[in-house]
Design a binder for this molecule. Sequence first.
Ligand SMILES: Nc1ncnc2c1ncn2[C@@H]1O[C@H](COP(=O)(O)OP(=O)(O)O)[C@@H](O)[C@H]1O
Ligand SMILES: [Mg+2]
Length: 249
Amino acid sequence: MGNVLEVFDVSKSFGGIHALEGCSLQVEQGSITGLIGPNGSGKTTLFNAITGYERIDAGSIHLPGEIIVTKDRPIAPDKVFRTGLGRTFQLTRIFPRLSVIENMHVATQRKGLGSFFSRWSTGQEQRRAVELLHFVGLDDLQEHLAGELSYGQRKLLEFALILIADPKIILLDEPAGGVNPSMINHIGERIRVLNQEQGITFLIVEHNMEFVMGICDKITVFHRGTNIAEGSPGEVRNNPAVLEAYLGD
Ligand SMILES: Nc1ncnc2c1ncn2[C@@H]1O[C@H](COP(=O)(O)OP(=O)(O)O)[C@@H](O)[C@H]1O
Ligand SMILES: [Mg+2]
């Protein structure tokens, strides 16, 4: 199978800080690919670049649908979203004063289907929203304010929100961060189900090594804005350059 996402030689600076320096990454269709590296190695910046939230200074990003993003051909986040690429954020972005189901309603509109009222009121989209809440395990909390959810539950809601758009590939930034162990297992298991049963590709940034090593087929390692190693979890774990990157920083 081919790659659903490719990054070639991408650089990005913030003033004098080289957040990304000639980094490359390939994500094979149908894979669960991990992106790891010490704090500040550029992982979130790369996610922002891929999803159109940051313009790149050099290199290219090949998105689904043969869309190529460069310095001179930037792309807006909504356009990236429409290529079938969904993401979550390191700090969750939901509307705390809306209920869980209302958050799903807002995301349904964002998908750009029909008018504000039509689809939702016919019940079709609403049924799908409830199905997705059931899938992530939040169906009992539909009427709760999103702001009252635990941190782990908010991550599950974010997960359900991106699933509304039927993404081909999902980028997760630290899905296990700050989440209790049983919730981490639940999230990991849901990712596997989506990958195996619906063929959704995942690119996951995560510091929890047990989680990453347990779930990913392939892992790319970042250090100081560039990729320094890649391979299976076993190969990466035994790579001296990787150990050095983590110990050195
Ligand atoms: N908007 C920004 N302005 C200035 N510096 C930034 C910005 N975003 C990230 N950086 C810097 O870029 C580097 C990479 O950060 P980041 O991509 O968040 O790393 P990671 O996600 O791997 O921890 C860090 O030195 C960080 O301080
Ligand atoms: Mg980060």
